[in-house]
Design a protein. Structure first.
Length: 135
């Protein structure tokens, strides 16, 4: 009878080891599968970000190509020199027109000696600049 008992216990031990090994293998496969799914999702997110970056760069390239075509026009360099740099052609006179609502003309120039400039605060200099109080 002891022999039958030891044979049954031996079978029970073998099945429990097999069940435990199967459980460990299932957990390892599950973890590996979850990891690969996460890595795939992460790669897809990076691809999406890179595609958005490519679209932005393509838009910038088109804008720069349009600017290049515009600047290659014969009068473009002359226009840019006038507008951005304030240059003029030789013998040409330039008149600057002020809008009366935007900038009030000065009644008289405001002169400050170098001693007064050093002692005066920056705030009062700005106030005098905008409101032109008499000295």
């Amino acid at each position: 009878m002891s022999r039958e008992l030891s044979v049954g216990t031996h079978r029970h031990t073998r099945w429990s080891w097999l069940f435990a090994a199967s459980g460990v293998a299932l957990v390892l496969v599950g973890v590996s599968s979850a990891r690969e799914t996460y890595l795939g999702w992460k790669v897809n997110q990076e691809i999406h970000g890179l595609r958005a970056q490519v679209e932005a760069l393509e838009g910038r390239r088109v804008h720069l190509a349009d600017t290049l075509v515009r600047l290659q026009a014969p009068d473009a360099v002359d226009r840019e020199a006038r507008v951005r740099l304030g240059l003029q052609k030789p013998g040409e006179q330039v008149f600057v027109l002020r809008d009366a609502t935007r900038a009030a003309p000065l009644d008289r120039p405001v002169l400050i000696s170098s001693d007064e400039q050093q002692d005066e605060s920056n705030t009062s200099k700005w106030f005098r600049y905008f409101f032109h109080p008499a000295l």
